[in-house]
Structures are given as C-alpha cells and as structure tokens.
Design a protein around this ligand. Sequence first.
Ligand SMILES: Cc1ncc(COP(=O)(O)O)c(C=O)c1O
Length: 461
Amino acid sequence: MITKPATPARRSRVMHRTLRGDPPPVAVGGEGVWLHGADGQRVLDASGGAAVSCLGHGHPRVIEAIQKQAATLAYAHTSFFTSEPAEALAEELVGHEPGGLANAYFVSGGSEAIEAALKLTRQYFVEIGQPGRGNVIARRQSYHGNTLGALAAGGNAWRRAPFAPLLSHAFSHVSPAFSYREQRDDETEAEFTARLATELEAEFQRLGPDTVAAFVAEPVVGATAGCVPAPAGYFQAVRAVCDRHGALLVLDEVMCGMGRTGTLHAWEQEGIAPDIQTIAKGLGGGYQPIGAVLVSDRVVEPIRRGSGAFQHGHTYLAHPVACAAALAVQHVIRADGLLDQVNRHGALLEQRLTERLGNHRHVGDIRGRGLFRGIELVADRASKAPFDPALKLHARVKAAAFARGLACYPSGGTVDGVRGDHVLLAPPYIISPAEIDLVVDRLGAAIDDALSGVSHQEARS
Ligand SMILES: Cc1ncc(COP(=O)(O)O)c(C=O)c1O
C-alpha cells in the first residue's frame, strides 16, 4: 500500500531543517534573554540559539549601529574598497595583537571562517616552499562546520557519514581531550594529557611530520560533545608537538570564543596562543551573520612578501553592516564589563546546576566554563552507559524544555558521534541571577519530563 506523506497542517515554502510535520513556530520579536512567538509565547533563550546571542535580543546600541551603517553604506565590494566599520573592527580585535594575532579576515559565519583558515594554512606552506604539507590533523568528536572542508575537518561520525565520499582524505583524527569519557580510572590528569600528546606525536610520525600542515581543535568543544574543556596542560603539549614539527596550530573558537568562557579568547586560559584562530557566533551576537579569521604575522608576512595575495574570497567579505554590528557588540562587551559578568554568573549557573542535577541518577557530568555549560545524560552513572540512541532522549529534552518555555541546545552522539546525550547551555552574557534560576528550574523539570517518557527497560543501550 502506498501511503501519502503526512501533509503539514500549515504549509510553508521555506525548506526548514525538519521537513516533516508542521513548520516551527514563528518568532516575531525578542528582548533581553526572551524570545517572543507569534502566538504570544515567551521563551527563555538559554542557549542563544547555538551559543550566538551573547547580548540577548533587541540590544539598542547594536540596533542603532546597524541602522546607521545601512543608511550610510550597505555594501561595497572588497576588490574595490575597504570600509570604516571593517577597519575599526579589525583594530578592535587585533590592534593590540593578542597572542601575536595581528590580522583579521572577515567572512559571513563559522564554516566560512574554517574554510578560509584551512586554505590560508595550505597557501602559507606553498609560499614558504613546503608544498608537501597537505595533511591536517583534527580530533574525533569535534565540530568545525558543515561546508565540505569544515565537515571533513570535523570528527563527528553521524554528521560525516552520509557525505563521506565527498570528504577530503587530507584530514585525520586523534582522540578528543574529553576527560569524562576518555581518561582512564587508573590515570591522573597529567598522565591523560601526556597520553594524548603522545598520540598526536604518533599521528605526525604516521603521516610523516613534514607532510602535516596543521592541528585543528576547539579549545572548549561545543556542539558535538557539550562544553568539554581540555585537561590541564593539554594545549601547551599540543602546541609543543606542532612547534617541534613546524606545523601550525589552528584554534576554532567559533562557538567558545568572544567571551563565552569568561575570557575574550578561550585560549587565554591555556597559556598558549594559536597561529590562526576562527571566531563567529559571539562576534556579531546574531545581529548580523559574521565570522572572522585572526592570523599571526608569522603566516601573513611570507604571503605578503610572496604572491602578495590570499587566494580566496567571497562576495560578502567584510560586509560593512555586519562589521558595524560586530563592532557594536564588542564595544558593549567591553564597556559594560560583560566578561566579568560571564565569570560571576557562569559560576552561579554551575552552582545551581550542581544543586539541581548533581545527584540526579541520570546526570553523569556537568562541565564547561563561564556561561558555556554542558550536562551529559547517562542511563547509568556508575558505568557511564548512555541511553539507547533510538530513544532520542536529547530530542525529548528539547521538546519538553520548549513546552516549558525554555530554548536550550540538546544533542546526541556525545560519546562517539552516535551514542550519548547532552544538553548545552549558552545563555546571553546579560542573564540575571533570577533568570539563571528559571533556566535551571525549567531544565531540571524538562529532563524529568523527558525521562518519564522513557521506561527503564528501554533505557539500557
Ligand atoms: C566550533 C565550531 N566551528 C564551526 C562552526 C560552524 O559555524 P557556522 O554554523 O556559522 O557555519 C560551528 C557551529 O556550530 C562551531 O561550533
């Protein structure tokens, strides 16, 4: 029998993420940490979408900057012109050369930033006379974006699988620095770090050290693993491996950067700096699509002296309205002392989550930094066994939370790209203590709602 596909009650011509069922509710406005639906629903935005809306919604200073720039100059192609907001934004970000990063290349989002970082890495080695460096090492359970280069760099099994034939073999993957899942019971943190560094060294040796262009990593892993910081000393150790073999260190701070973890750059907490860094979400705070690649002179100068041009580009590079919005967002973060607030309110969020969920029989780990927190759900705390992926517990939590007026960012595949569930929280930096209480109350209730729909028999994987 041929069954007709279910026709949504409301037809939408937008090709939404989910093609089945009704289209998502219409968002019509927002203020502070709240999003407003067309039906009058008020939703507490506890993840800023996907760790994007760092200033919340409707910020007057950012709106004013966008309006002013749109009225002054909306667009001028970068092959002819630069613009005042692009110059000012670059000055704001790298004028003081943080960690030696002295140049900014502006794109329209995180995946574009990663693509540019990868091509820049490759071009650097071609220009310095090392064209044999064509391999890039990244980590399993990482996410670097959905365009083909970025997806190939990423190490998430589920996201890669359908597109495997299109993904470059230039990328290989080592273990993630994921203490909860990867550190052995008989191992200290220092021994775990040393083991990961040895594995990276072995991967350089397997590929041939002079064939490796870069090691790419998120300082705090976001979407695929749920706010996983590295163990102490890890980034110093991998920096040393890269330096020993002349490879570049590329840090992807698209999600964890621009203040999210309590310092403007997450690498500041690691005692090292990258050669190339990508940023995006917290750069423009969702007010405009924008990403950037921050680059050291070590990389830019040989290209300047060599071919004289980065062989790359997009139509919307350094878009003036996007740069004006990002500049306003960064001014607000600095002027309002929001990094300090991320640290204070991040600690409060951690404390509240621990009080509410720390002894929960299905919460295995609560982790993260600043206002970037992950909660890993497990079927059994002692063995850390995940729930059966077929139950889609993460999707149940998302639906239950939304029904309670909470938008959070749960995902599956936490353990290995297929098994495991976590919830990611990344609220706006302006969130108040009372709103943090509300987030934790609603999330705790939503997790219990979701679990009550999963019988314990089903729960074992
Ligand atoms: C670490 C990281 N890199 C890259 C990306 C891709 O960014 P975009 O979705 O803006 O293309 C993301 C998005 O979640 C991310 O978290």
